[in-house]
Every structure is written in C-alpha cells, then in structure tokens.
Design a protein around this ligand. Structure first.
Ligand code: KIV
Ligand code: ZN
Length: 503
C-alpha cells in the first residue's frame, strides 16, 4: 500500500529576507507585484516584510494583506510589544494573517547581542508568544541562530513557544553554518526531545554562506520538517537564502527520494517570477544558476547536443517546460491593442489601474515604433518605470551629448524639479560621466557612484538598454535603474532614479 503523501509548505521570504540583501530595496508597489506572482506560483505563505522596520515596510505588508487571498500573509516581529503590535496592525486586512516572531537562542547572541541569561530568553519567549497569539490565530516562532544554540536550551524554548500558542516552529540556520547531516540530526532530535512538538509544524530557514542552503533545507524536510523558507533566485541577507526554485525542483525531480511529499507550487511559473524579481531588484541571475540561469538548459558541447536530440534525458534531468521555459517570449507588436497589452502585463504580474494601463499603452506604442518585436522583458522594463515611487523629485526632460573621437564629451541636461525646468551643461570623462556631472550640478545631491552597469533587456540590435547604478549617499547604498532604447537616456534615468531615492 502506498504511503499517504505529506504536504510540504512553501514559505516565501523574498519580500523580507530577500529584500534584506544589500541594494535590493523594492518599493511597496513593486512588492505588491511580486506578491501577486507569488500567489500565482502557489506559495503557501508570503512573508511580506518587517512592519516595524519602516513606514514603507508597514505599507507594503498592509497593501499585500488587503489584496492577497489564497496565500497566508506574514509579518515579521522581534519579541517586543511595539514590533508585534505593528505586525498585527499591518495584517489587519489579511484573509489569512500570520505573525512570525523571533528571538535569538545561541550562546553567542545571548552574550554579545542581548547580554541576557537563558531564563530571561525563556520568559520573553512565553510573554511575547502569548501576546502575538492574542492578536493573531497563526503564530510562527523562530529561535534565531538555532543551529549554533545549545540543544537542551533549544528544546525548552520550543516547548514554551508551543505551549504559549505557536503553531509553527521555524529553525533558522541564521549564518549558514550548518551542513546536511547536522541539520538532519537537529530536526530528528527536536522531534524526539520536545514533548509537545506534534502540536506544531517544524519549519527550516537556511542561509547560503557555505553554499549549502538548498541541501540543508532538503535534509531538514527528509528528517521531518514540513515547511521550507525560500526566496526567488535565492536572494537574501549576505550570500542569500535557500532558493525556492531549487528546493521545489529538487522535490519534483527526485520523486524517487521525496516520494511521500506533495507540493502545491505550480513550477511552470518559476521562470516568469524569477525574471520579475531579477528585473525589479536589479539582481542579475548568474548564467549558471541552477534552474533559472540562462545556461541552465543550454548544451554547448556537440556530443551533448547530439545526445539530447536523440533522447533528452541523456543530459537533461528536468524538462524546461516544467519551469516555464518553453513559452515563446515574443508577445506583442505595433498592431497589438490595449486589451492585449493589459492582459499580457497581468500575466507578467503587473496589475495596474486603468489610468496606468492607458499610460503604459502609449509608452508601448512608442516602443513598438522603435522596435519591431516587443518581448516580455521589454514590457517588464516599461512596467518597472511605473512601479517607482510616485514622488519623483527630479524628472528627466531632455538630454543631449556632444561627443566623438578626440572630442571631450559635453552633456546638456534638463530636468523638472518642483514645476521648474532646470538646465546644466558639463564636461566629463565619457558621455555618461558628463551627464552625471550635469545632474550633480542641478540637484546638489552629494552621492558617490560605486557601480554602473548596462545590459541589453533582450536580444537584437534594437534591444532596449537597462542601466543600473549603485550610489553611496547619507551612509546608505542606493540603487537606481532605468531603461530606454537609447542607452544614454537609460543611464540618465537610472542615475535620477537613485538621486530621487536620496533626495
Ligand atoms: O536568518 C534568520 O535567522 C532570520 C530570522 C528572522 C528567521 O531571518
Ligand atoms: Zn534569514
């Protein structure tokens, strides 16, 4: 008789731990677009943010709470009254709210971060799990740095959290220190030593500092965990988190090993959401990244190509269709209508109101006049412009450059600021530098350019360029992006985008 399948819950933290990656900041509108796609992908829980951290985080969690119906929406909170109250308030409109509280349990955190004794941590666990439970029916508790905590103490904290109302116990490998056998023993030990563990779902949260986040997550699931924390493209704090596409596709591909697991994720949506997250965060996916990298299904060697043509499974363990890679990217052209565009944008995860759709339609027509074929990535680049913060202090009106061989580049830039059009000219080391110098003169914002990158959005000579800049200003790392069929315009838009985030 075949064994009953057990559901594996996928808890996506792209919008919380993923967004903690330096330079990955997203606006609340962009977070909502990603949340729609996560729901479409079928994740069980969307960790939408850390509501107490900033007004923007609070807004993002409450926006997402009011729109997402199928997935649970979760807000993170430390074990403090202020954090838990902010999380509960931001989740008010959620159909399925969850509060995720965390408190460190490792000796190193207790000694250096908190200067607290174990007894105090136990008291705080009880007090704040009860408080969170009084505000929300679904509580997840994380003993932070669990993998470096004393096991005996961990068992006590977990037991207390469950007694006070936690339904999920998440085990974080906060610094990505553990390895698969160790994680597997830890989960088994928790199952065998925490008396009330059957009243909670065990979850796993792995970081990738040693490149083992996916392997560790799978080891935990094999040992009895039933929820995995993941992020799209594996983005996250430092080296990132366990990548959703890897965890999901490992379970789906190795049905022989994970025969008793069932997942509700629609893997055919993976490629689409991977592109969306990469475009909106500006975090390019490495070509050799498992599952979603450009080369993940490409065969270069002649012997491989020949064998794949004869029998795909000689060198391919997954069908590209299963991650949504078969679909043609060519979508629209200059004869496409308003309705087709709105429908396609919705499919790509952008749900705009009519006014924005109309504006995008105009921009799309302009683009279609310049480019013969408009691809999904072109549409994402156009839509991304509309997800930037509404309050853009500086807007580009005009840019012209005089440059050439043996000519010092000179830029002339006009921008709109508070209804006035300002103009400046500047020489620079290259055309982009001269534009940025002119903008510096106009805005007076003090920022240091750390990085500049230009990519083609799609293939072809008429492809749009997408520029990304990283600035250091007011002690923060600020990222700006811009796209256009004119690469200088894209570069200027990216710089202004970053300046607007500083101003
Ligand atoms: O890595 C970590 O410990 C976390 C917790 C908040 C779960 O992200
Ligand atoms: Zn984490």
């Amino acid at each position: 008789m075949s064994k009953k399948k057990e559901k594996i819950f996928i808890f996506d933290t792209t919008l919380r731990d993923g967004e903690q990656a330096p330079g990955a900041s997203l606006t609340s509108i962009q977070k909502l677009e990603i949340a729609y796609q996560l729901e479409n992908l079928g994740v069980d829980v969307i960790e939408a943010g850390f509501p107490v951290a900033s007004p923007d985080d609070f807004k993002a969690v409450s926006n997402i709470s009011s729109k997402i119906k199928k997935s649970s929406v979760c807000g993170l909170a430390r074990c403090t009254k202020k954090d838990i109250e902010a999380a509960a308030k931001s989740l008010k409109k959620a159909k399925k709210p969850r509060i995720h509280i965390f408190l460190a349990t490792s000796g190193i955190h207790l000694k250096y971060k908190f200067r607290k004794a174990k007894e105090e941590i136990l008291t705080l666990t009880k007090k704040y799990t009860k408080l969170a439970r009084s505000k929300c029916g679904d509580i997840e508790f994380s003993p932070e740095d669990a993998t470096r905590s004393s096991k005996e103490f961990l068992y006590q904290v977990i037991e207390a959290a469950i007694n006070c109302g936690a339904k999920t116990i998440n085990i974080p490998d906060t610094v990505g220190y553990s390895y698969p056998q160790e994680i597997s023993s830890l989960i088994s030990d928790i199952k065998n030593n925490v008396p009330n563990i059957n009243k909670a779902v065990i979850s796993i949260h792995c970081h990738d500092d040693l490149g083992m986040a996916t392997a560790n997550s799978l080891a935990a699931l094999s040992a009895g965990a039933r929820q995995a924390h993941c992020t799209i493209n594996g983005i996250g704090e430092r080296a990132g988190n366990a990548s959703l596409e890897e965890v999901v596709m490992a379970i789906k591909t190795r049905k022989d090993v994970f025969s008793n697991f069932k997942l509700d994720v629609n893997s055919q949506e993976i490629a689409r959401i991977s592109r969306l997250v990469s475009n909106l965060t500006g975090f390019t996916v490495a070509p050799n990244k498992s599952i979603v990298g450009r080369n993940a299904f490409a065969h270069e060697a002649g012997i491989h190509q020949d064998a794949v043509l004869k029998k795909r499974s000689t060198y391919e363990i997954m069908d590209p269709k299963d991650v949504g890679l078969d679909k043609s990217q060519l979508v629209l052209g200059k004869h496409s209508g308003r309705h087709a565009l709105a429908k396609r944008l919705k499919k790509l995860g952008f749900t705009f109101e009519k006014k924005k759709n109309d504006l995008l339609f105009k921009k799309f027509k302009n683009l279609a006049d310049k480019k013969k074929e408009v691809f999904d990535d072109d549409l994402i680049a156009l839509a991304e412009e509309e997800t930037k913060p509404r309050t853009q202090a500086y807007k580009l009106v005009f840019v012209a450059i005089n440059t050439g061989t043996d000519v010092s580049p000179q830029a002339s830039v006009k921008i709109r600021h508070k209804r006035k059009v300002l103009e400046a000219k500047a020489y620079g080391d290259g055309p982009v530098d001269s534009c940025y110098k002119a903008i510096d003169k106009l805005t007076g914002v003090k920022a240091k350019l750390l990085n500049y990158k230009l990519d083609a959005v799609t293939k072809g000579k008429d492809a749009q360029g997408r520029a990304k800049v990283e600035l250091k200003a007011k002690g923060r790392l600020i990222v700006g992006r811009g796209s256009s069929t004119d690469i200088l315009e894209a570069s200027v838009k990216a710089y202004l985008d970053a300046i607007n985030r500083v101003a």
